[in-house]
Design a binder for this molecule. Sequence first.
Ligand code: FNR
Length: 379
Amino acid sequence: NLLYGAALGGVLPRVPVDFATLEAQACAALPPSVRTYVQGGCGDEHTQRHNADAFRHWGLTPRMMVDCRQRDLSIDLFGMRLPSPVFMAPIGVTGMCMQDGHGDLAAARASASTGVPLMASTLSNDPLESVAAACGDTPGFFQLYTPKNEALTESLVRRAEAAGYKGIVVTLDTWVTGWRPRDLNTGNFPQLRGHVLTNYFSDSVFRSLLAVPPEQDGPAAVRAWAGLFGRVLTWDDMPWLRSLTKLPLILKGICHGDDARRAIDLGADAIYCSNHGGRQANGGIAAINLLPDVVAASGSTPVLFDSGVRSGTDVVKALAMGATAVGIGRPYSYGLALDGEAGAAHVLRCILAEADLLMAVNGYPTIAAVREAGVSRQG
Ligand code: FNR
């Protein structure tokens, strides 16, 4: 309503409110190397496109004569009351979405101002401690790329705990980088240039593994990181993963009901259904189409979801299909690219405003009502 009021007053938003315009403007603004990295995906990007397109095949049915003047979008997650069912997915190159290289801090400040939790990536440009501090009172989560070295893994988790993160998100689908033609064609892997390895370079265990500190030989430190990246995790590692922390343990990348059940049996506190936005494997089923099986298999365990969410409508559909909370990925990076913290906050607020308005019009005063209404398959 604020946006409508401003528009009536002739004030236009600095950052577009729809995804197509947002992406086009952000991609024009980003340096080419960052643009291909953020916008690109795996193979011919069929899975990436399908992730977003597949939402159209699910439809909501409105209910009438329901008093929806007040809507409650809040959710319970791990004993915390969160003001909305949306979170910022971990994005490893976030820092570079801003010219000053501090996009991670800007994203964290957008989290602080919107109450939308940030999942801070291991591959951040600023240390995880500074990112946590910039989140203010909004709870944050730390996303772990598990290095091959156990002591280094433990050190990252200890630091995340000490910094006040409220959960550890272990990404399962990225022990090796997928086939990304845009990056391969341009020889562009930003992380290999060391921009986003701050959490490693500042880690005492990592530093103890180097002959000389990263400040003296950056390329050698990047090579050491590359050699350590990507422990291959199997179910046998679950007891060890579980033993790493008492914080909620969230497993990201689970797309099959059997995997969800097994993860829960072995101690996971939440399932994170995602195909990494189609960046890791091509030729897959759209993530949203896999969500119902994962939800059914997960029982009362929370299921987080991302991949292809582009609007408030997509958020409501994912909730209707059983997601506990819904992750925004590329859209907030594009907001950062256009207007830093304010741009990311604007993108999140637009997505929430659209979801809220849709709930108002469709007769869903609460998330429970959204879930009860469900979705139907169409076309
Ligand atoms: C990601 N994603 C990701 N995931 C993760 O667990 N750790 C990471 O560091 C990153 N890094 C990353 C960088 C970029 C540029 C993108 C676009 C994505 C995946 C991310 O968390 C999420 O799963 C996807 O972004 C969801 O897809 P959409 O909705 O953005 O298309």
